[in-house]
Design a protein around this ligand. Structure first.
Ligand code: ADP
Ligand code: MG
Length: 238
């Protein structure tokens, strides 16, 4: 069970409130998209779930466990960043393997997991390359492989495609959606792009100014926006 429950999560930086008490239940196995304009608090919320940032108030439950007091590496979730955050001096194999060594997965099992994940993201013939020798799309696949190989109970992705050109972006949308189908794990995917949200999400949460404006299936959000902000942001018919 890997649902994620947020109860009244609040966060301020200095005196500026960035999250105003977020209540949200992310269903086990869903592809939930957190959608909203730049600066609305998406990354902050994701970083709180990952444990990279501490909430000022509120509860955070993953599975059946309150994880608020746990370090990032003890939460059993993986994060994929916009800038890939690969180790520049390590080749692809070492980048993918690094997190497994940290988790003390035995060598033979590391090998098996790496073999299977590189097939999944089509990097079989790239294992000896350094990140600098690869294209943006390939680097993003390495970042995905590095997350998948850890077999986390949930994936958090923060605008992972925003550094790619339009053609590659639409191709990677399809690849990430099919990875979700294949793995069946909970994905929480942040974007400011409504087309991306609509085409990938099973569930969409619209955030603005640190509050949830609406949530539902893409169809519900599109056909029945509950306020002017959502209607305008999604571009629903009047
Ligand atoms: P989004 O990801 O939706 O663009 P963020 O969560 O990155 O939004 O930021 C929300 C707000 O919080 C912004 O106004 C941003 O400037 C502010 N903010 C984010 N992180 C910090 C930080 N570490 N210190 C101060 N302000 C921050
Ligand atoms: Mg952000």
């Amino acid at each position: 069970m890997s649902r994620i429950i947020l109860q009244d999560i609040k966060k301020s930086f200095k005196k500026t409130a960035v999250l105003h008490g977020i209540d949200l239940e992310i269903q086990d196995g869903s592809f939930t998209v957190l959608l909203g304009p730049s600066g609305c608090g998406k990354s902050t919320l994701l970083r709180i779930i990952a444990g990279l940032e501490k909430q000022d108030a509120g509860r955070l439950i993953i599975g059946n466990e309150d994880v608020s007091g746990l370090e990032p590496q003890d939460r059993d979730i993986a994060m994929v960043f916009q800038n890939y955050a690969l180790y520049p001096h390590m080749n692809v194999r070492k980048n993918i393997e690094y997190g497994l060594k940290a988790k003390r997965v035995p060598k033979e099992e590391r090998q098996q997991r790496i073999d299977s994940v590189v097939k999944l993201v089509q990097l079989e013939d790239q294992l000896d390359k350094l990140p600098a020798q690869m294209s943006g799309g390939q680097r993003q696949r390495v970042a995905l492989a590095r997350a998948i190989v850890k077999r986390p109970r949930a994936f958090l992705m923060d605008e992972p495609l925003s550094n790619l050109d339009a053609k590659l972006r639409s191709q990677m949308r399809v690849e990430i959606a099919s990875l979700h189908k294949h793995l069946g794990t909970t994905f929480l995917y942040v974007t400011h792009d409504q087309v991306e949200a609509m085409s990938m999400g099973t569930h969409i949460v619209v955030l603005n100014g640190g509050s949830i404006m609406q949530q539902g299936t893409p169809r519900e959000i599109y056909t029945n926006p509950q306020n002017l902000f959502v209607a305008q942001f999604i571009g629903s018919p009047p």
